[in-house]
Design a protein around this ligand. Structure first.
Ligand code: FAD
Length: 307
């Protein structure tokens, strides 16, 4: 990151919310469900799979967790005739993981039942390292009864290899989204060099494939994707019915769309993550901080501040 970008990153919290929204819009479908359904219809027509996410995290009351769950149920109802494979993606702290784990597990379990009614899958996301033990415990509790639930694992963390071993011992047919990890973690528990994080990503993908898992390879990194494509080709996973493959690529809405298009055009199942909702702020701030062209976007947003 350049000094200029670092300065802009530090000044992000000072930017008026309305101006930030202008930039954030590239990363979120909109602030309500109809906007998300529109985006999903468009992506589906373009040959992409989709993932729907109701924005929100670290809520402070159990009522908010229940409201988040209700919104996911509304999303399911609205999805009835839209992209039959669209996956629900849920942040653990949005369902109240840190407030009341029993409630979180109940809400997640109810969501898995409703999703199974439409033959859909649910993905329990992964947040920063302080939440991982609780997330995996809640995941295990619900996964025991609901095989349509998958989890997310982060390649930047040293612990993930052991987590994979444990999870595969319990569920060889596990469904995992593998990511680098968006949260900055202490060097005592995580790789900090990009090459180390990518090397770990490839090792974990192999470990998961060897164990029988289905893997969502969630990255926009072309060099890493090349290695992953070689891996799925070597294993013959890129052949046969596209809907029953052992892998897919996953990308975020608004991030390197041309790259996602190339993967789709090369015949790889490719799914786009579509977040929506009024709580777009924390999510968009994380995305903006990762964007190397951030200075330009923010400058544009400030220019259009009154728009
Ligand atoms: P990078 O090396 O970060 O980026 C590769 C390329 O993409 C670079 O050219 C970079 O410039 C470009 N790029 C990356 N981000 C942006 C951006 N915001 N704007 C513009 N260009 C960008 N992380 C979690 O910790 N938990 C989760 O549950 C989680 N779920 C995810 C779900 C999906 C579908 C995806 C795609 C990612 C998810 N992530 C999650 C985020 C992930 O951990 C990474 O932080 C993110 O994908 C960026 O890493 P990368 O592998 O794309 O590689």
């Amino acid at each position: 990151m350049t000094v200029a970008n670092k300065l802009v990153e530090l000044s992000l919290p000072l930017i008026p919310r309305r101006a930030l929204w202008l930039v954030a819009q590239r990363y979120v479908a909109g602030d309500d469900l109809p906007a998300a359904i529109d985006a999903i219809r468009r992506l589906s027509a373009d040959g992409f799979g989709t993932i729907i996410d109701v924005l929100g995290e670290n809520i402070s009351t159990t009522g908010e967790a229940e409201e988040a769950a209700r919104e996911y149920h509304r999303a399911l109802a609205a999805l009835t005739d839209v992209d039959r494979g669209c996956v629900l993606s849920v942040k653990p702290t949005h369902l109240g993981l840190l407030l009341d784990r029993t409630l979180c597990e109940r809400l997640l379990s109810d969501l898995c039942i409703a999703a199974a009614g439409q033959a859909r899958r649910v993905r329990f996301e992964m947040e920063d390292s302080t939440t991982i033990d609780a997330t995996l415990a809640a995941f295990a509790a619900v996964r025991r009864s609901h095989s349509n639930l998958g989890c997310v694992l982060q390649s930047r963390l040293f612990r993930t290899e052991a987590d994979v071993t444990r999870l595969l011992a319990a569920w060889p047919d596990l469904s995992v989204r593998l990511v680098k990890g968006i949260y900055i973690e202490p060097k005592e528990i995580a790789w900090t060099e990009p090459d180390d994080i990518s090397a770990s990503f490839v090792r974990l993908a192999k470990q998961l494939f060897d164990g029988g898992a289905t893997v969502g390879l969630a990255t926009h990194d072309s060099a890493l994707a090349q290695q992953l494509v070689a891996e799925v080709r070597n294993r013959g996973f890129d052949r046969g019915d596209i809907d029953s493959r052992r892998y897919e690529f996953q990308c975020l809405m608004g991030v390197r769309s041309e790259f996602a298009g190339q993967l789709r055009d090369a015949g790889h199942p490719t799914r786009i993550y579509v977040p929506y909702g009024k709580d777009w702020h924390a999510y968009s701030m994380r995305r903006l901080k990762r964007n190397p062209a951030i200075a330009m976007h923010v400058a544009r947003a400030l220019f259009h501040r009154d728009g």
